[in-house]
Design a protein around this ligand. Structure first.
Ligand code: NAP
Length: 239
C-alpha cells in the first residue's frame, strides 16, 4: 500500500492519479468539508510512534509526504517513522517563491514572531495570509493596526475588533487580488513561502502595487529524504 500524507492540491492530484492502485490518502481532519480524492482516512496518527504502528499494521510500502511545505511536524514524524519501520519515503513539495522577480525586495523572516514585528514596523493596512492556526499569533503586535486577515476557516479564538476577517478559500486570481488590495488600500502583505500557482497572485499584485512583503521562510527539509517538486515527478519516482 502507498500512503499519501495530504492536505494539499498536490496530495489530491496524486491520490486521483493513483486511485484504485492500493493508495490511502491521509488528511489531518482539520477542515469540516475537505476536498479529497481516493480512499481517504482522517485524523492524526498519534505522533511518530502512532504512524510507525500504522505503517506496520497496514503493510505500507511507500509513504509520499505531500503535506503543505509548512506542515513541519507531520514531515518530521514521517521521517522518523519511516526510518524506524524501514519504509521508503519521498517528499512532494512544490517549489517556493524565492525565484519570484520581486523576491529580493521582500522582508524574509524565520517565523511568526519575526513576521508580526516586521509587519508592525512596516505598517498597514496589512493583508495577513498565514492560515487559521497562526493568525491569532499576530493579535498582540498588530492589534492597533488595520488588518485584513484572510483565512479558509474562522480561527477558534476572537481576533481584534478593528480587524476585517475574510473567510475564503483559494485559488485566487490576479483580478480578484487587485480588487481586494484596492478595496482595503493594502500596503503590506504577510505570507508564508507556500509556493505554487494557487495563491501566487497576491505576491504578483503586491509587486505591481509597490507594497511591502513580509515572507516567512519554509522549515528546513528533513535530511536524507528525497524530494520531488511536482505530481508528475512523484509519479515517475514511484514507478
Ligand atoms: P503539522 O503541524 O505538521 O501537523 C500537526 C499534526 O497534525 C501532526 O503531528 C499529525 O498528528 C496531524 N497531521 C498533519 N497532517 C496530517 C495528515 N496529512 N494526515 C494525518 N495527520 C496529519 O501540520 P499543520 O500545519 O497543522 O497542517 C495540518 C494539515 O493541513 C496538513 O495535512 C497540511 O498538509 C495541511 N495544510 C497546512 C498548511 C500550513 O500552512 N501549515 C496549509 C494548507 C494545508 P499526529 O502527530 O497525531 O499524527
Amino acid at each position: 500500500m502507498i500512503l499519501i500524507l495530504g492536505g494539499t492540491a498536490e496530495g489530491r492530484e496524486l491520490a486521483s492519479a493513483l486511485d484504485g492502485r492500493g493508495v490511502v490518502h491521509s488528511l489531518a481532519g482539520r477542515t469540516a468539508r475537505p476536498r479529497a480524492e481516493g480512499t481517504v482516512r482522517s485524523g492524526g496518527f498519534g505522533g511518530a510512534a502512532g504512524l510507525a504502528e500504522y505503517l506496520r499494521d497496514n503493510a505500507v510500502r511507500v509513504v509520499v509526504d505531500a503535506t503543505h511545505p509548512f506542515a513541519g511536524r507531520m514531515t518530521q514524524n514521517a521521517a522518523v517513522a519511516c526510518a524506524e519501520v524501514g519504509v521508503r519515503l519521498v517528499r512532494l513539495s512544490r517549489p517556493g517563491w524565492a525565484s519570484h522577480p520581486d523576491a529580493h525586495r521582500w522582508h524574509w523572516v524565520d517565523g511568526h514572531d519575526d513576521a508580526s514585528a516586521t509587519a508592525a514596523r512596516l505598517g498597514g493596512p496589512i493583508l495577513l495570509t498565514v492560515g487559521r492556526q497562526h493568525t491569532p499569533a499576530y493579535s498582540g503586535e498588530l492589534a492597533g493596526h488595520r488588518v485584513v486577515a484572510r483565512v479558509a476557516e474562522e480561527p477558534d479564538v476572537p481576533l481584534p475588533d478593528p480587524w476585517t476577517v475574510l473567510r475564503t478559500l483559494g485559488p485566487f486570481t490576479v483580478d480578484g487580488e487587485r480588487a481586494l488590495f484596492d478595496e482595503h488600500g493594502i500596503r503590506t502583505l504577510v505570507s508564508k513561502d507556500s509556493g505554487g500557482e494557487h495563491t501566487v497572485a497576491k505576491v504578483d499584485v503586491a509587486a505591481e502595487r509597490g507594497c511591502s512583503v513580509v515572507m516567512i521562510r519554509r522549515p528546513a527539509p528533513e535530511p536524507g529524504v528525497p524530494e520531488v517538486a511536482s505530481v508528475e515527478a512523484c509519479l515517475a519516482w514511484l514507478s
